[in-house]
Design a protein around this ligand. Structure first.
Ligand code: ZN
Length: 183
């Protein structure tokens, strides 16, 4: 991500260069010398279930306006990943879910993001569209709008879920495992 000014001293004197003793170029302030390290951001969310169905939101915001997603968003400073996942589900789907377990951990090195999705349960089928959603719905597996998914991390999490759920029903798996991958 490009930077225009130093957030440490305010100077517009940033240089993009390899600092002494480092291996990668960084934004270094020519005035105060501050080195601006940039690290991946975390996105947290839930795959929430009600009986055999899963909860999806249709996005009311860019990017990917009008496409379907799991409720998810950037982790805030000061909250745990579980708190962030529940908050995003509350904000986007007006749903107070109970977390089950961390389920998918997907690294996206090219865009500098880490996506963490929890399995969760709706205590009641109560939800509605939050400010960032056009529509919130429960879907059976056969009705999932695969062609209208907003993000590949969402498709991957859902595909893992339906595959693992089938394996659990067939007794080939005893429970949902943690699925770690790179996209
Ligand atoms: Zn500076």
């Amino acid at each position: 991500m490009a930077m225009n000014f130093c957030s440490h001293c305010g100077a517009q004197a940033l240089e993009f260069r390899i600092p002494e003793g480092d291996l990668k170029p960084r934004y270094v302030c020519g005035q105060c010398g501050y080195i601006h390290y940039q690290n991946p951001k975390s996105v947290v969310g839930t795959l929430s279930r009600w009986q055999d169905q899963v909860l999806l939101c249709r996005r009311a915001i860019e990017p990917r306006y009008g496409l379907w997603t799991l409720p998810a968003g950037f982790l805030e400073i000061g909250e745990s990943i579980g708190e962030g996942a529940r908050r995003e589900t509350q904000e986007e789907a007006n749903a107070a879910v109970v977390l089950d377990r961390l389920y998918t951990v997907i690294t996206l090195p090219k865009i500098g993001q880490l996506h963490l999705m929890f399995l969760a349960d709706l205590p009641q089928p109560e939800f509605s569209a939050g400010a960032e959603s056009l529509e919130v719905r429960l879907f059976d597996e056969e009705d999932i709008p695969w062609e209208a998914m907003a993000f590949r991390t969402v498709s991957r999490t859902l595909r893992c879920f339906f595959r693992d759920r089938l394996q659990i029903r067939q007794k080939a798996l005893s429970e949902f495992p943690l699925r770690v991958s790179v996209l």
